[in-house]
Ligand binder design. Structure first.
Ligand SMILES: [Mg+2]
Length: 350
């Protein structure tokens, strides 16, 4: 397999710079209110020199750089640019898996026989994106997704890192374990507490130590990834047909308010995933599992898709109430799902 991970550089900020070229030389933060509780969505490279990064509070960003320019995200604008980017990428590599508006995997092996050709394809992707949008992208090329993803982050902005076959584990080994896709904050904490700080150290864990640190399939998967072993293929969009979130309760729940809270929270997760990929969904589904394990689902379909957490939550609560009216009872599980995904359509909404 030859796969590339493509990641646009400081995407939101780069779009804002294209729209207002006078911002290019200034520290720019796209995000929330620096005088409120806003967080940084994206900072341009000038702002990063002040230590500003994504997910930092805007108040902290302002402290680090009082003369930074703060702008609110303009999502419909980014969606338009994102569409142009992916249209350009598809001209070079037809099989793509978008994992966000600004990043995704490319099945380079379908158009390149070997790694020399793959490098040329990756460069062609960069030129195509630059030519059609004036945005820069960084790419990683490798035999599997996890290595390609780590590689795409190595030489930003505008970088290209090719990891030849056989070099996967050696390439990954020196990096901080936090950089390995799949290692979340909790796993990172446990690994670090046990003295595992690099991906190489994770790769070298014995079965015994691994079992104690990260038991079960997740642990084995993480160690495989640390060794550069990852058999996931590139899945095209058509395969992402639905997104869902569900919660099994420790004890069966009948309290309507508690159920509504759970449903709203799950609607938030679902909406966040839609927003990350720039999709909207037309169908909202509520799933209920009763104490006798029987399952009911109720769905509703909208004329125009949505990615709004409150809207999805409200619809799912209504569906839940309807199902509970039809069949009252204590619930072991509730779930919220969306389907009928449509890329880029929220333009019509906002
Ligand atoms: Mg990016």
């Amino acid at each position: 397999m030859i796969v590339a991970h493509v990641d646009l550089d400081a995407f939101f900020a780069a779009v804002e710079e294209l729209e207002s070229p006078e911002l290019r030389e200034r520290p720019l933060v796209v995000g929330g209110d620096p005088h409120g509780r806003g967080v940084v969505a994206t900072a341009n490279y000038v702002a990063r020199r002040y230590g500003i990064h994504s997910a930092m509070s805007c108040a902290e960003a302002l402290r680090r750089c009082p003369h930074a320019v703060f702008v609110r995200p303009r999502k419909s604008l980014y969606v338009g640019y994102s569409r142009a980017v992916w249209d350009a990428v598809r001209q070079v590599v037809p099989t793509i898996e978008r994992t966000g508006m600004d990043e995704g995997y490319l099945a380079v092996g379908e158009v390149a026989r070997d790694f020399a050709a793959a490098r040329e394809i990756a460069e062609a992707v960069q030129s195509a994106v630059l030519g059609s949008t004036r945005l820069t992208a960084s790419l990683g090329v490798a035999t599997c997704k996890v290595v390609a993803k780590v590689a795409s982050d190595r030489r930003k902005p505008g970088g290209l890192t090719v990891v030849p076959p056989g070099r996967e584990a050696a390439f990954l080994a020196p990096f901080d374990v936090r950089l390995l896709p799949g290692v979340g904050p909790r796993a990172e904490h446990r690994l670090r507490a046990a003295g595992v700080t690099t991906i190489g150290e994770l790769a070298a864990l014995t079965d015994d130590r691994l079992r104690r640190l990260a038991p079960g399939r997740v642990g084995a998967m993480l160690r495989d990834r640390a060794r550069g072993i990852d058999r996931r293929g590139v899945e095209t969009e058509a395969e992402t047909v639905s997104i869902s979130s569900e919660e099994t309760f420790a004890q069966d729940v009948t309290d309507a308010e508690r159920l509504h809270d759970e449903v709203q929270r799950m609607a938030g997760h679902v909406a966040a995933r839609l927003q990350r990929s720039g999709d909207t969904a037309r169908t909202v589904t509520a799933k209920l599992r009763y104490s006798d394990f029987s399952i009911r689902t109720r769905s509703t379909t909208l004329a125009v898709g949505t990615d709004d957490a409150a809207r999805i939550g409200e619809l799912a609560c209504r569906l839940l109430d309807r199902a509970l009216r039809d069949r009252p009872g204590a619930l072991r599980l509730v779930g919220v799902g969306v389907s009928g995904l449509e890329p880029y359509r929220q333009l019509a909404l906002v």
